[in-house]
Ligand binder design. Structure first.
Ligand code: ZN
Length: 133
């Protein structure tokens, strides 16, 4: 089965966008009952992560903390001026993997899958690869 592409549009420079519903749809569309999946973003200034999706203050705190940890205005060498975005991307990582059982992604009660934008606003890609087995 070939990879599936999800498009994500961000509206600010740093933003966490929940994509759990889009990722669940790729599993139901695939017809796979048991397997594993990779959720991957092919950009150098974005990331994929899993965290709480019950209280929106959690992801607001996370992006706020990341901005304090890696400020935009330090004197980085990279001439494009977005080294903070590249650093944040590598700190979070560009992929997560999941277990599929009974045609469902196995997530904890409070877990959601997030696309992390660190150099928006932009339209981005998320690739999903599902392996049955
Ligand atoms: Zn750059």
């Amino acid at each position: 089965m070939r990879k599936i592409e999800i498009k994500v549009s961000s509206s600010s420079r740093n933003q966490m966008i929940e994509i759990t519903g889009d990722v669940r749809k790729t599993v139901s569309d695939s017809g796979v009952k048991d397997g594993i999946m990779i959720v991957y973003t092919p950009h150098t200034t974005s990331a994929i992560t899993v965290n709480e999706n019950a209280d929106p203050d959690v992801y607001k705190d996370m992006t706020g903390f990341m901005n304090r940890l890696v400020p935009e205005d330090t004197s980085f060498r990279h001439m494009e001026g977005n080294s903070d975005s590249h650093i944040k991307s590598s700190l979070f990582g560009c992929s997560e993997h999941f277990i599929i059982e009974d045609a469902q992604i196995q997530l904890g009660t409070w877990q959601g899958i997030y696309f992390c934008e660190f150099d928006g606003p932009r339209t981005r890609k998320v690739w999903v690869k599902i392996i049955s087995g």
